[in-house]
Design a protein. Structure first.
Length: 298
């Protein structure tokens, strides 16, 4: 038997090791311990989420969130550098700015901008599309509310929102605007929805249109690697199916907040002082094993 969770519980070796929901219930105490330790703002940087804290109002924060989540690919340093070029243009109230600014002016403002393979023209058209939604609905949240009223379920409603963003921007199937319709994990899109819905020491929240229980895990490479290492998914790729599979498993154990641990679990792939392998060993093999391994290396 393998000692686990500070020696209070055990996870069995081989075929007798718990699977699925039973396994996750064994891991929850370790996750809770990690959440209490790392789910704090001091562990955010470097992260695009930092930019949302610049705005106290929900209407401006939802614009900051959708903009920075859309460019949240590549090295985080480059993401933050690009964000620092965008937000001064949007001014103190990004929502009001986009409501009153047309595509030609935006194309002029972003003519020299580029974020990896997203051009300034694409960014301008995307922002113009967001502005179009704001003029009709007043906010992105209101647009999502309209989508959900017509949808068969939450995923269908979120897909509707993504497709509206594509339609209004005229970008079609563009990397800036991920949509569940494409079958990808939509990590950046679901991350944005999480930021705006959950509220704790890290996620700023502000939306009430959906509940934390409705959220889908933003399945990025860090979350997928953790889930795979812990045996919480058997899928081979981080796509929409793996995101839904992991979310459903967490929802069985934590129905009110299935994405609660997203931030802390992904820290192990982002912050250099946190060792992902040690964390996985702690989860599956316990403190005693890890301490023994450390002694053997000394």
């Amino acid at each position: 038997m393998i000692q686990s969770l500070a020696g209070k519980k055990t996870i069995l070796k081989g075929d007798k090791r718990p699977q699925g929901e039973e396994l996750l219930r064994h891991l929850i105490p370790r996750f809770e311990e990690t959440y209490a330790k790392y789910n704090r703002r001091e562990f955010i940087s470097p992260d695009p989420l930092e930019t949302l804290y610049l705005y106290s109002g929900t209407r401006d924060r939802e614009i900051a969130g959708i903009v920075v989540s859309s460019i949240a690919y590549g090295r985080v340093a480059q993401i933050l550098k690009s964000a620092r070029r965008i937000f001064p243009i949007l001014g103190p109230s990004p929502s009001e700015y986009l409501k009153s600014t047309g595509v030609k002016q935006l194309e002029k403002e972003f003519s020299c901008f580029r974020h990896r393979f997203s051009s300034g023209r694409e960014i301008a058209r995307y922002l113009a599309g967001i502005g179009s939604i704001l003029r009709e609905y007043g906010s992105i949240e209101n647009c999502l509310s309209d989508c959900l009223e017509r949808a068969s379920d939450v995923l269908d409603g979120l897909t509707c929102l993504a497709e509206k963003l594509r339609e209004r921007s005229g970008l079609g199937k563009n990397f800036l605007v991920p949509s569940p319709r494409d079958g990808s994990a939509c990590k950046r899109f679901f991350l944005y929805i999480k930021w705006m819905t959950r509220s704790d020491d890290v996620d700023p929240g502000g939306w009430t249109v959906i509940r934390p229980s409705d959220l889908i895990i933003p399945m990025d490479v860090h979350m997928f690697r953790i889930c795979s290492s812990l045996g919480l998914t058997k899928r081979k790729t981080a796509d929409l199916k793996s995101a839904l599979e992991a979310t459903e498993l967490f929802r069985k154990v934590m129905p009110e907040d299935p994405v609660k641990y997203d931030f802390v679990l992904t820290r192990f792939g982002i912050r250099s002082e946190l060792d992902e392998k040690v964390f996985v060993d702690l989860c599956l093999e316990g403190d005693d094993h890890v301490e023994y391994a450390k002694e053997q290396r000394q």
